[in-house]
Design a protein around this ligand. Sequence first.
Ligand SMILES: *Cc1c(COP(=O)(O)O)cnc(C)c1O
Length: 429
Amino acid sequence: MYNNSKKAFSEAKKFIPGGVNSPVRAFKSVNSTPVFFERGNGSKMIDVDGNEYIDCVSSWGPLIFGHANQTIINSITETSKKGTTYGASTELETLVAKKIVDMVPSIEKVRMVNSGTEATMSAIRLARGYTKKEKIIKFSGNYHGHGDSFLIKAGSGAVTLGLPDSPGVTKNIAKDTLIANFNDIDSVIKLFNENKENIAAVIVEPIAGNMGLVKPKTNFLKQLRTTCTKFKSVLIFDEVMTGFRVSPGGAQQLYEVYPDLTTLGKIIGGGLPVGAYGGKKEIMNLLAPEGPVYQAGTLSGNPLAMSAGLTVLNLLKNDVYEKLEYISKKIENGWNQNIIETNTDAHVARVGSMMTLFFTNKNEINNYEDALQLDTNKYAKYFKLMLDMGIYLPPSQYECLFLSSVINENDIQSLIKSNKKALEELKNE
Ligand SMILES: *Cc1c(COP(=O)(O)O)cnc(C)c1O
């Protein structure tokens, strides 16, 4: 069933470290080897063995309209005929910037980059330049791309001085990243009290999507806002995942809490590599060439990515979010029903079209510590059972599903039926 994928993987391993260009693709956290894909169409992806899957990952978020959407493809094709990059200004960049400013409540000015990682790295540099302070606070279990300052987690809830997650991150960089607990404002206030004058920024995924889907508790984001204002620190919402996904204006619009800076990525590129960061004029105007904080990019704002992005943003009307809610709620309800009927220790967490089925006997996952208790072995088996039935889920218990608006009624029924079969099978083990 996966012969060609297996062959492709052993060939890839000869020339690419681990055979992949991004670690999660190797399927290691589900004790498996990767599927190699050949094409995508609407809600489906087809692998190199000809197996078809309903795609619940959407390239980790960007493909909110599914694969090979004709309008987006047309815009990329038409633009490419005029050349793919000039390394000089185009009006298209202003159109995209204006659209983002219109859609995201707290953004007054925005700078385009090429990935989410670049966006978060640049945002903290800017926050440091603006506040003239050095340390940042991040939350354990939150992911902000692979910049050195972010590859730090707390060894345990008690450890607040960051230890690098990866060799190659120096102790000196790690010491400027302080770790707080998600959904725990006291852990943030404690760090502020201990480092009174020196916290440049707090960066947070307003809805955490990188430890499975973890919702912010009521008031957590508001409390973060108040705390940052009080200590004159920049509040950064990393909306690389949630931006344009949970609402047209992202999580900040949904919860009505407004950060000073916002980082964007994924959906904004319409499937091409794009990131962006934006926020208050007063802060953004510190960027070169207007101000002293340097940040640049050879391909930043290139016409191909801008036309794909603009087309997607223009397509994101309210009815898209209604449709996504309808699809996602139906799947959630079906899966919850299956969980009850099979008496499985599990639950579904969901905000809009982002969701995770957690294998746990806890009722809620609220932070990284909770997430570490999840039954990842069970998830691995579940993932494989679903894959064999033609359902492509994230290859890790710590990632969420991103549903697209082209998932149809048949897909929904398959998703619910396959889930039931998989849970029954897991019971009989
Ligand atoms: C994906 C992601 C990033 C990194 O974006 P890349 O484009 O992969 O560099 C940053 N922050 C969050 C919240 C993400 O989900």
